[in-house]
Design a protein. Structure first.
Length: 290
């Protein structure tokens, strides 16, 4: 009886040993699996936090994109008020839009990178996906508005160019009108004079002896048939003195006597115009020197 009992005990001990070994192995496997689960959980939690923070930063950057830009609005207001926007205003508006466009592009790249990271990590959380969808919607809206701003500034620039052309044409018209007025003023204000001795004036056909009897008592008279090359132009709105190089001089043409006076200045006779408007009713001045 003792040997069977002994065999049974040995078998029981062996069985317990096997069971213990199996339980130990299972416990180690369970511990390892639990550890792996904890690591995976921590990794997922870390990825979630990173994704969430990235979304928050993206949302902040979208809010920072101020699409109601003052320089663009001021540029538009100036045009509506028929004012000419300055080049500085236009450059500021274009630079601002370029910055907005760059911000949108950077934000798009961040969203793309975020989606790529989430896909690589295998994280699929409904809340995160919804936030990403909302961010992409906002981003598309911002992108469309930046495009509208660009179109708006292009339109404003086209209008500015048109206004500048109109202004340039108006300036040309004004300058042409001013030139015409000046030419007319100069034409009205200019007389032509000749100063010379009897022989010089007769030779030039400016004057001729007239009247008298048998060559006696003849006087010099203006012929009216002028060689314009003998005369010098004088703008009576700018100058009022005709100088001679003679001690005696006489006006032979028909300028009203009250419109001028002859003076001896520095040893030479000078004609001083007193009333330009009356004086220039006769366009040709002939002065005889002795």
């Amino acid at each position: 009886m003792k040997k069977p009992v002994q065999y049974v005990l040995i078998a029981a001990v062996a069985l317990l040993a096997v069971i213990s070994i199996v339980l130990l192995v299972q416990n180690r496997r369970t511990s390892a699996a639990y550890k792996d689960v904890k690591i995976a959980e921590e990794t997922s939690r870390s990825h979630y936090a990173e994704a969430f923070n990235a979304i928050v930063e993206i949302q902040d950057s979208l809010k920072a994109i101020a699409l109601g830009d003052t320089t663009v609005r001021v540029l538009s207001d100036e045009l509506q008020a028929e004012q000419k926007p300055t080049d500085l205003r236009r450059r500021q508006a274009l630079a601002r839009i370029a910055n907005l466009d760059a911000s949108v592009r950077r934000t798009k790249e961040r969203v793309r990178q975020l989606e790529s990271n989430l896909k690589a990590s295998g994280i699929k959380i409904v809340g995160l996906q919804r936030m990403i969808t909302d961010v992409k919607t906002q981003l598309n809206e911002k992108e469309m508005m930046v495009g509208q701003l660009t179109t708006r500034v292009d339109s404003l620039q086209t209008r500015v160019t048109g206004l500048e052309t109109e202004v340039a044409q108006s300036q040309e018209t004004i300058q042409a009108r001013e030139r015409t007025i000046e030419e007319k003023r100069r034409e009205l204000g200019t007389i032509y004079y000749v100063v010379g001795s009897k022989d010089e004036l007769v030779k030039g056909g400016v004057v001729a002896p007239r009247g008298g009897l048998l060559g006696m008592g003849r006087t010099l008279q203006v012929t009216g048939n002028y060689d314009e090359s003998l005369f010098t132009a004088l703008d009576t709105d700018q100058e009022s003195v005709v100088r001679t190089h003679a001690t005696k001089a006489q006006v032979l043409s028909q300028q009203p006597p009250s419109s001028y006076e002859m003076k001896l200045e520095g040893g030479w006779m000078e004609l001083h115009i007193l009333d330009p408007q009356t004086f220039r009713t006769v366009k040709h001045l002939v002065i005889l020197t002795r």
